[in-house]
Design a protein around this ligand. Structure first.
Ligand code: CU
Length: 72
């Protein structure tokens, strides 16, 4: 199964705990292998397979109280 890398721009993070919460939320999405979140840039990088889609990531991040949009 091929691996896809998707970048998201995250809104609302203010500290390391926020970044951790977003990382954990993304990694809990079915089909996600790993996620890294950079607090300063607000960019999350998600490594996943075809079964995981951007709306799944947005929903997971939104449920934690942050915003997410796909980033180029
Ligand atoms: Cu925080």
């Amino acid at each position: 199964m091929s691996t896809i890398e998707t970048k998201l721009s995250i809104q609302g993070m203010t500290c390391g705990h926020c970044a951790r919460a977003v990382k954990n939320a993304l990694e809990a999405v079915s089909g996600v292998a790993s996620a890294s979140v950079d607090l300063e840039s607000g960019i999350a990088c998600v490594t996943h397979d075809q079964s995981a889609k951007v709306p799944d990531f947005v929903e997971a991040v939104t449920e934690e109280g942050y915003g997410a949009v796909q980033s180029a």
